[in-house]
Design a protein around this ligand. Structure first.
Ligand code: S3P
Length: 431
């Protein structure tokens, strides 16, 4: 349990480099493990989720050295993994599970996979069904849940698949399987999801086409180990952006943040709410980055619809908090995917923010937030909880900055899934 105090009157100040991007760190490990030769990763996210992906590759016999945020992988290609001696632990990580189901779907041995309580509730059929069409042999509990077994297999064949939901995890699983299959794999996306897998495959010397919502990939020649520099995670930076916007007298600069256009929806949505975000030092490399300066500003309510969701899916909890302080109503629709994240985020964020006095109604696929409500503290009877969800925990901690009394929260360990040093960094900008 932790006690969180309101922000000081002088506001939040300084420069901060939040940790490396979670999605890109997972992928750097995966491509490093299947490429030939050494891959070095810089600014790697040293957090629970990504360490589960690392643990899987070590269990498969890949040599990986880690020194804080630097990682060195001795890649040997896809054909040299060793059968693991124990079941593979995915922890809380949907990205590890779904991407690895694709990547490991053509190995000569069986692998049992399992995860924690939250991950064991999350739907896997969305990956299993198209992978089964490709010839993968994966069995899951009740056909949809962990634990499960990825069976030995050598028969992957390309398919054409129209994605029923916008999901980078599903798309990436199919790309990673398509890279090993005979024939072409075509994935049709109605709305673009984050394209880190496509960008990284190209960086490692692979070939993948992406045009008008159709992604085409075939069996790849040997990939070559790379030096990967991971940008700071925009999903982590978003908590500080909203913190600075809402906390009087603040000015924060977030350094080196990834602004890949398939991930930077939070910038567009905050701008639509009236935020003036200043981008500088823009570096237009494979994964573009910028420094983002944010000052305290009044915001107004907006409509967030299905087309806005994929590029900001992980930022909806913190945007919802911003909306409680905006003028007027914010309506979020087309966001049913939030119900199958680490928690049912529509339910958990409505529950937590309501405890602080916010005025929010849940909808089946979103919510209506009536803005302009002051937030009070939490008492023992309205103790805030993370519900084991890192992003709900960080949202609560940011809410505490503008609450009129002390906020008490339990389950803070959940934050280590993506940002183990979050509270320390928050304290740093409060000094
Ligand atoms: C991720 C994709 C998103 C996101 C998750 C990371 C990824 O999930 O919510 O935190 O790295 O591909 P979905 O693909 O389920 O939308």
């Amino acid at each position: 349990m932790i006690r969180l105090t309101p922000a000081p009157k002088r506001g939040l100040h300084g420069q901060l480099t939040v940790p490396g991007d979670k999605s890109i760190s997972h992928r750097a490990l995966m491509f490093g493990a299947i490429a030939q030769g050494v891959t070095e990763i810089e600014n790697f996210l040293d957090s629970d989720d990504v360490l589960h992906t690392m643990g899987v590759f070590r269990a498969l016999g890949v040599q990986i050295e880690q020194n804080g945020t630097r990682v060195r992988i001795q890649g040997q290609g896809l054909d040299h993994f060793q059968a693991p001696k124990a079941p593979l632990d995915m922890g809380n990580s949907g990205t590890s599970t779904r991407l690895l189901m694709g990547l490991l779907s053509q190995q000569p041995f069986d692998m049992t996979i399992f995860g924690d309580g939250s991950l064991s509730q999350r739907p896997m059929q969305r990956v299993l069904a198209p992978l089964a069409q490709m010839g993968a042999q994966i069995t899951l509990t009740d056909g949809d849940k962990l634990p499960g077994v990825i069976h030995a297999n050598h028969t992957l064949t390309g398919i054409t698949y129209e994605m029923p939901v916008a999901s980078a995890q599903v798309k990436s699983a199919l790309i990673l399987a398509g890279m090993q299959a005979t024939g072409q794999t075509k994935i049709i996306e109605k709305l673009p999801s984050r394209d880190h897998t496509e960008r990284m495959l190209r960086q490692f010397g692979g070939d993948i086409q992406s045009e008008n919502g159709v992604i085409t990939v075939s069996r790849q020649p040997a990939l070559v180990g790379q030096h990967v520099v991971v940008p700071a995670d925009i999903s982590s930076a978003a908590f500080f952006m909203v913190a600075a916007l809402m906390t009087p007298n603040s000015e924060l600069t977030l350094k080196n943040v990834g602004i890949n256009p398939t991930r930077d929806g939070v910038l567009r949505l905050l701008r639509r709410m009236g935020a003036d975000l200043q981008l500088s030092n823009i570096d237009d490399t494979n994964e573009p980055t910028a420094d983002i300066t944010v000052r305290t500003q009044p915001l107004h309510g907006i409509h967030i619809t299905a087309a806005d969701i994929p590029s900001a899916v992980d930022e909806i909890p913190i945007l919802a908090l911003a909306a409680t302080q905006a003028q007027g109503d914010t309506v979020i629709s087309g966001a049913a995917e939030l119900r199958v994240k680490e928690t049912d985020r529509i339910a958990t964020l409505v529950r937590e923010l309501t405890k602080l006095g916010a005025d929010i109604e849940a909808l089946p696929d979103g919510m209506i937030i009536h803005g302009g409500t002051p937030l009070h503290g939490s008492t023992d009877s309205t103790l805030l909880e993370t519900h084991g969800d890192h992003r709900i925990g960080m949202m609560n901690a940011v809410a505490a900055l503008i609450a009129h009394q002390e906020v008490v929260m339990t389950g803070e360990d959940a934050m280590s899934v993506s940002y183990p040093g979050f509270l320390a960094d928050l304290m740093q900008v409060m000094r």
